[in-house]
Every structure is written in structure tokens, then in C-alpha cells.
Design a binder for this molecule. Structure first.
Ligand code: PGA
Length: 257
């Protein structure tokens, strides 16, 4: 039996997931994934990575037996059919994928995904026993127009349409202000906290008091991780750029509060 010290028991457990987007190749993953497995096994945090789906076989092989979770960045809600370029939840599951990012702002903006389509995906992911990470967040224009919380509320309520209380235990929400994604300019810790807390309060209004894990994403890196993760409502992070190198991802994962 592995004994945990009192100090370890008191440390907050975070949920820290990398989003590789369309980056890294077989060779790079050959060195990245074994290190991720090692780091995931040595931390008290829940750690995972969402890979380009062509690397699922390699990822499932490399992470076999480790505590690291893995998954995909998108799926189609249908079981099968004429959907050129898409993959289904059962295809992802075949390789042991657990996580599915749903409604990432890049999918919403570049591939014109509506809240309704995001909702169909989310319901399918839950029905398939996988864990969605539902991303919500405002653009800079929406923030400047004072619409931040309206946008989050709409993405949240429409994205979660038809989700029941029990299913809430099997999903993550990520607050990702669009203007902070990939820009190197993270939200301030208080903006991040306010967004995440707003989401938790909205969930309480919709479902009653529940323990939903809400992450922050948007230029979270090894330098600002401690400050962002110190915020009382933030349960972890969805990390793009800083997850591409194990050195920086590992530093984020080493955060203890
Ligand atoms: P970033 O991406 O950390 O590079 O800003 C976060 C995300 O898109 O989930």
C-alpha cells in the first residue's frame, strides 16, 4: 500500500489536461508520452492529454498501465456514416480514449460549430461513457461589450441541454476566454476566478449544489500556473502551448497548493 503523508492529503488535487491541437509527430510523441506516463504516476494530480486522433494507437500503447488519461480533441455525434474526415466516440473508445474536448473555441470559430452541435456532441460523449471537457468563453469583442457572462451562460445552458444531474459528475467544464488562448496573455487570476466561479454558480442555479470540476484555459503556463491554480474555484487547467513540451507541462503538473 502506498502511504500518503498528512501534507500530501492536504494538498489540493488538480485536473491538468494538455491539448496538443495539431502538433507533434510520431517521433516527438515517442519521447513525450513515456515521460508523461512517468509524471502522471508520480503526482497527486489527475493528468491527461488530448492528442490528434491519428496518434491514438501510439498513445494508448505508450500510456498503458499509467495513470495518465488521454483522449481526442473532437468527435462527431453520429455512430457512423458519411461524415468525411470525422471520427466517432466508439472509434476513440476502441483505443482506450477517455477524454473528449467539446466546443473548443477554435472549433466554434474556424469550423462554425453552434451551441446546438456542441450539445449533440456532448450528449453523445456522455452516452458513450467518455468524459467531455466542455469549453466555454467569450471573445475580446464580447468582453469589451460587457457580454462576458451572457456568452458564458448561453454556451453553458445550451451546451448542457438535456444533461441530467448524475451526468454532471462525469464531465469537466473549461472556462477559456478566447482572447487568452494561444496569445501568451492569460486572463488575470481574478478574471479567471470570476469566470470559473460564475460557471459554478450557474450550475448551482440549474442543478442545485454539485461538485463539477471547472478548469481554466488560455495561456496557462509554468510561470502563471501557481497563481491561477491558487484561486479558490479553479479545479485545474486545459493547457495548449505549454503542454507541447514535457519540461513545461511537467512544471505545471508539479504545482502544489
Ligand atoms: P493555450 O491553449 O494554452 O495555448 O492558450 C489553451 C486551449 O486552447 O485549450
Amino acid at each position: 500500500m502506498v502511504r500518503t503523508t498528512k501534507k500530501e492529503q492536504e494538498m489540493k488535487q488538480f485536473h491538468l489536461f494538455g491539448n496538443l491541437k495539431m502538433n507533434l509527430n510520431t517521433q516527438e510523441l515517442n519521447s513525450y508520452l513515456p515521460k508523461l506516463a512517468q509524471v502522471a504516476n508520480q503526482t497527486n494530480h489527475v493528468v491527461g492529454v488530448c492528442v490528434p486522433f491519428v496518434y491514438l494507437p501510439q498513445t494508448s500503447q505508450a500510456l498503458k498501465g499509467s495513470k495518465a488519461l488521454f483522449g481526442v480533441q473532437n468527435i462527431h455525434p453520429a455512430n457512423s456514416g458519411a461524415f468525411t474526415g470525422e471520427i466517432s466516440t466508439s472509434m476513440a473508445s476502441e483505443f482506450g480514449a477517455k477524454l473528449v474536448i467539446v466546443g473548443h473555441s477554435e472549433r466554434r470559430a474556424l469550423f462554425l460549430e453552434s451551441n446546438q452541435f456542441v450539445n449533440q456532441k456532448l450528449l453523445k460523449v456522455l452516452e458513450s461513457g467518455l468524459t467531455p471537457i466542455l469549453c466555454v468563453g467569450e471573445t475580446l469583442n464580447q468582453r469589451n461589450e460587457g457580454k462576458t457572462f451572457d456568452v458564458i451562460r448561453e454556451q453553458l445552458t445550451q451546451g448542457l441541454d438535456g444533461v441530467n444531474k448524475d451526468q454532471l459528475n462525469h464531465l469537466y467544464i473549461a472556462y477559456e476566454p478566447v482572447w487568452a488562448i494561444g496569445t501568451g496573455v492569460s486572463a488575470t487570476s481574478s478574471d479567471a476566478e470570476n469566470g470559473v466561479k460564475f460557471i459554478k454558480d450557474e450550475l448551482t442555479k440549474l442543478y442545485g449544489k454539485r461538485q463539477v470540476k471547472v478548469l481554466y484555459g488560455g495561456s496557462l503556463n509554468e510561470k502563471n500556473a501557481k497563481e491561477l491554480l491558487s484561486q479558490p474555484s479553479i479545479d485545474g487547467g486545459l493547457i495548449g502551448g505549454a503542454s507541447l513540451k514535457m519540461e513545461t507541462f511537467e512544471q505545471i503538473i508539479s504545482t502544489q497548493i
